[in-house]
Design a protein around this ligand. Structure first.
Ligand SMILES: CC(C)(COP(=O)(O)OP(=O)(O)OC[C@H]1O[C@@H](n2cnc3c(N)ncnc32)[C@H](O)[C@@H]1OP(=O)(O)O)[C@@H](O)C(=O)NCCC(=O)NCCS
Length: 191
């Protein structure tokens, strides 16, 4: 896939009202990608329910958008009621968008968001056979340790800096404008 196609899309945070985009993305994942994402085969209703609860879970979801459709997601979830020192991350990229650097880019955003929230350990639970996910994690200097046949990627982000806060805040402003444009195009299509 060309770099142009990658950069032709945009990465931004999802708004709580956009869980339908997240759901449609997860439902579009082919069988194998879905299995790798959830570590086992899950039904459509499980996926839809999971996406609907996105805002209740109080996490952050980054989306990669092309023409208003969400084609990839990166989730950063709290492990308790509030952000603590540990959080969990998960990633999904639709098959035809894989191997273009999107997962690597999304992981960078997640690590920065984690750092800005004082998270020291980021867990990524993925199947031991998932070489691609491990390759992405390695690109971010993750240490991987093996437990019970699953790979847990433990990333220790360095402390937040003025620049990492600023970078996330500035990106959020642009992301907000992109979300408004997406909404406008949806309204126009529906009219
Ligand atoms: C894992 C996933 C998120 C990665 O996203 P992506 O956009 O395809 O990843 P990138 O293009 O940024 O990087 C992929 C890297 O893996 C490498 N790779 C590809 N296939 C590989 C394999 N079988 N074994 C090892 N590395 C592999 C690629 O060469 C690339 O590295 P490079 O840039 O150094 O060449 C995506 O493939 C996906 O959604 N997979 C299914 C769901 C999943 O596994 N989620 C993670 C569990 S939470």
């Amino acid at each position: 896939m060309s770099e142009h196609r990658f950069w032709g899309g945009t990465i931004r945070k999802l708004w709580p009202t956009e869980s339908d985009k997240f759901r449609d993305h997860l439902l579009r994942l082919d069988k194998e990608t879905r299995r790798l994402r959830f570590a086992h085969g899950v039904s459509d209703s499980f996926v839809a329910d999971y996406a609907d609860r996105m805002s209740d879970m109080g996490g952050i979801v980054y989306g990669y958008f092309v023409d208003g459709e969400m084609r990839a997601a990166a989730e950063l979830r709290k492990l308790g009621d509030v952000w603590g020192h540990e959080a969990e991350a998960a990633f999904s990229v639709e098959r035809s968008y894989q191997d273009a650097g999107i997962g690597t880019e999304l992981m960078g955003r997640v690590i920065r968001s984690a750092r800005n929230r004082g998270i020291h350990h980021l867990y990524m639970s993925c199947l031991a056979e998932n070489g691609k996910m491990q390759a992405v994690a390695r690109k971010h200097d993750a240490d991987l340790r093996f437990e019970y046949g699953e790979v847990i990627g433990e990333i220790v982000p360095s402390d937040a800096s003025y620049f990492s806060f600023l970078a996330e805040a500035m990106e959020d402003r642009v992301g907000y404008m992109m979300a408004v444009l997406d909404l406008q195009s949806r309204i126009a299509k529906a009219a």
